[in-house]
Design a protein around this ligand. Sequence first.
Ligand code: F3S
Length: 653
Amino acid sequence: MGKSLTRKIIESHYVSGSMVPGEEVFIKVDQTLTHDINAVMTYLAFEAVGLDRVRTECSVSYLDHNLLYIDHKTPDDHIYLRSAAKKFGVHVSQPGNGICHTIQMARFGAPGKISMGGDSHTPHGGAIGMLCIGVGGMDVATAMTGVPMRLKMPRVIQVNLTGSLKPGVNAKEVILEMLRIVSIKGGLGNVYEYTGPGAAALEVPQRASITNMGAEMGATTSIFPADEQVKKFLTAQGRADAYIELLPDEDAEYDGRIDINLSDLEPLVSCPHQPDNVIPLREVERKPVQQVFIGSCTNTSYADIAKAALVFKGHHVNENVSCTCGISSRQAYRELLRDGYLDILVASGVRLLEIACGPCCAIGQTPPTEGIAVRTSNRNFKGRAGNPNAKIYLVSPETAAATAILGTFASAEEILGDDIGQLADIHEPETYIVDDSMILPPLEPKKAAEVEIVRGPNIKPLPVPDVPEDHLIAPVSLKGGDNISTDDITPASAEFSSMRSNIPLMSQYCYHRYAPDFAARARELGKSIIVGGENYGQGSSREHAAINPMFLGVKCVIAKSIARIHKGNLVNHGIIPMLFEDPADYDRIDQMDELEIEHFLTQIPTRHVTVTNRTKGFSFPVTLDLSDNEIEVALSGGQLRYLKKQLAQQQEG
Ligand code: F3S
């Protein structure tokens, strides 16, 4: 049997371990990316390991998420990040150049490479045949040291696309359909590899909408073949030399298969409060909509915005709607400006925002009380837009434009009627405007050595966890439900995001919206355990959702299931993630019950731990779904301690 594309790339980067799905494999990482609201901890960790330069082919630091500068904190962080990048041989993409995933794929990506990014939507780059994996910031720091990275060898699922998208139906519909089929946690441990004639016809930015939002399925990543479309895209970017053809074998073996006929798709909408709550747009109740946001890394390529503009042409944003648009790159912005599409948007009453993530992570444009916000971004968790009582619906740019015009959910066809076919004529440019003047290249080593790292007053040292106690007695500081997201644990917003370099400050807001009394209670308890339901820690890769609880004394999380990136972050930051062997035991535990674990250090390597509920007087088994390497990291007291040991051994060897 032949090989999938995923297997070929992993094989070409193999260092050690097993390539059997579910087992641990170690791979060489070519590229890393970080972004401003997560990265300070990453570079503090890199500083702490003591290397003078990154050991990747290419590492890029993006200043792209929080550009509001509501006080001194974020500009201080940006100065720190720029100085750290200069010191350690990292590129910097300056504020206003674009959103990390769009820029990384267009300006640095290359088929067959492996990239790890400190952001869950790193799989965006899978659109050009790269294996791009979202991880926590400590993992990015590790990858930057050149140490081979652990990966649970994925199952590879073929997604066979046939047919073609009708005008008014966007690539967003493909990933919403996938979410409907797979669900928000059904992708755990999987790579989705898109094949077939339908895939071949999709342009790279369309593919990127699909791979980007594959993160919402909990997947390891998603990937398309490096074929003629990739060649066209890289050539249009002036980077034809980065192209190599890379396809799965014709008789490639897969671990599963999904078939989607693109011709059957119709406009879809993901309803609150989970991305897999997908229904046809025609079935959604036609309530008044207060906000429309066309933006984010998911859906704001040139063609996406041009199509939205054609829907707006000759119409005006409804008087009851606040409609904003944030384009994902300066490159696309300039092309849309040149071709008149931004003029159409502005004439229609659309407000153009800065080139940044912005509203996608609650940095501006918070919806009103009980408001309905319709967005082209990728997440609709409660509170994701900054207001937990608002409802977020996810749609394509075409649907968002039609909705902004009518003030209630509407399809592009309702606006364009028989002219809907004109949307099919919009394609990506043959040649993009290439201007990398807002990307600072790495300094040569001699100059880099002279750089002083600049640390503003908000940047506090990275807290380092203790090794686990052998005899742990700790109360349950929080009992949460299913699908707690990292947004629930560490809220996003301009205000909160700017605190991420200051754990003593930020930890005071841990679980701020989900359980406002948690931080004070955990601090008072000194040490504690969190109990969660299914899919604990889903969503954004932000490792602050592990660092803040650790700083507040949380020693373990016991849940029914834990999302992949968050589980890694917990291990990296010294919190032991454990799973109920019998989910019914979840119901027998209450907040503030006192739990006890004896001989923890000898139980951890067996992956079976007995926990006693001293308050209720019963014991229950939990399991550790951790690899050998993760067990070592857990026993070491987190990744930083482990990595330092590893690098010291390398030096001695
Ligand atoms: Fe930014 Fe939202 Fe994408 S925060 S990286 S635009 S998911």
